[in-house]
Ligand binder design. Structure first.
Ligand code: GCU
Length: 389
């Protein structure tokens, strides 16, 4: 199948047959590692959630450094008449100050289009752009479904985007460069991988948004596609300022359940992109059942905040069913907070979005991409969770 490169690496061919999904049993997010049960929302928040977050740091994404007091920002361009007068365009430079001598700072750019007509500070969508900069072109010379900024602004949201590669390059041997170089001089098994670095970058954008009177930092939705979706979910887990996460076709290491071993598996993703994760994750290729976490627990770490998972029918590499099931199995954690999930567990129908209480899901026709259709659904969902607040 196109987009299924696993076999090139001497790995077992990926499975695309639902009938061949192995029997598996998922770890229970509402049980502590010692086997005792989580009693209530407080128990979850104060004890189980930190335990689970730590398991994901140690085994999957790695541990990011403490960033307190390490972010600076300045607006380097301002155009109050962008999008034909509908928006103010800002180019914000976000600076991260490191701790290592000789690697003192890293600056990256965030583009923001803020609606000029707004009742107060605007809610926003921040895209973790894992494609080329032209996919989120603030001049709008290049327009496309990957970042339909006009549509966001027309519906009252600021449209913001940064290129994840400006924070940490998407390369195997990149640990000594980008934001990693500011903090670490070597890579150990629990060191933060590239996805954690991108998530860290998104959090630093939130630091800047908190200081921007035009934006409401309490109403920020993160959007990421594919590897960007994996990083957006992890950012939402690490940073509870994030109000909503929309993970588009985030697949293995994102919303898809690892234990299903459908499409891309832990072995494939580690062979292809080992730098995305902490070193310890590689040991779980083909051993998903002994990994102390699965991806429904990543979704659960967002509770009770709003979460949206999106799949594409032909994107079997990302396991649409496994992405959907992560939401289903995160629901018990949302229920602790009195929040409903999807509303129904029936198999989703292509082109029929399911927007429940705190969770939204759709599977659209077509293949692997972030499209206008996906954004329109995220906007509908955000209207309930962000706009009306
Ligand atoms: C590859 C990778 C996926 C990833 C995707 C993307 O297909 O195996 O895990 O999500 O690239 O980022 O587009």
């Amino acid at each position: 199948m196109a987009g299924a490169p696993g076999s090139q690496h001497g790995l077992p061919a990926p499975n695309f047959d639902e009938g061949a999904v192995p029997a598996y049993s998922l770890p229970d997010p509402l049980r502590f590692e010692d086997g005792s049960a989580v009693a209530d929302a407080r128990d979850w928040t104060e004890r189980r959630r930190p335990e689970l977050l730590e398991l994901f740091r140690r085994h999957v994404y790695g541990r990011a450094p403490d960033a307190r007091g390490r972010t600076g920002w300045r607006t380097v361009e301002l155009d109050r008449r962008a999008l034909g007068g509908a928006a103010t365009r800002k180019l914000v430079e976000v600076e991260i100050r490191g701790v290592r001598p000789g690697a003192a700072r890293l600056a990256f750019r965030v583009h923001v289009l803020v609606p000029n007509e707004r009742p107060g500070p605007a809610p926003s969508f921040l895209l973790l752009n894992n494609r080329g900069p032209e996919r989120a072109d603030p001049t709008r010379d290049t327009k496309g479904g990957f970042w339909p900024a006009e549509a966001l602004v027309a519906r009252g949201y600021a449209a913001a985007a940064f290129c994840v590669g400006d924070v940490a390059p998407d390369e195997r041997d990149s640990f000594g460069s980008g934001v990693h170089a500011l903090f670490d001089d070597r890579r150990g098994p629990e060191h933060w991988g590239t996805l954690a670095a991108w998530a860290f970058g998104a959090s630093r954008v939130l630091d800047a948004f908190e200081a921007d009177a035009d934006l409401d930092a309490a109403r920020v939705a993160l959007v990421g596609h594919s590897r960007g979706g994996k990083a957006a979910l992890w950012c939402g887990a690490e940073d509870d300022r994030v109000a909503l996460v929309a993970a588009n076709e985030s697949g293995c290491g994102g919303a898809a359940l690892g234990r299903r071993r459908f499409g891309e598996t832990v072995a494939h993703v580690n062979a292809l992109f080992p730098h995305w994760f902490c070193g310890a994750f590689a040991a779980f290729g083909g051993r998903e059942d002994v990994l102390p976490v699965d991806q429904h627990e990543l979704v659960a770490l967002l509770a009770p905040r709003a979460v949206y998972v999106a799949s594409a029918q032909d994107d079997l590499w990302a396991d649409p069913k496994g992405e959907f099931l992560s939401l289903v199995h995160a629901e018990p954690v949302y229920a602790l907070f009195g929040r409903g999930g999807l509303g129904s567990h029936a198999a989703p129908t292509v082109g029929a979005p399911r927007h429940g209480d705190a969770m939204g899901y759709h599977v659209r026709a077509g293949g692997h991409d972030l499209t206008r259709y996906d954004w329109e659904r995220f906007l509908d969902f955000a209207d309930v969770h962000l706009r009306a607040r």
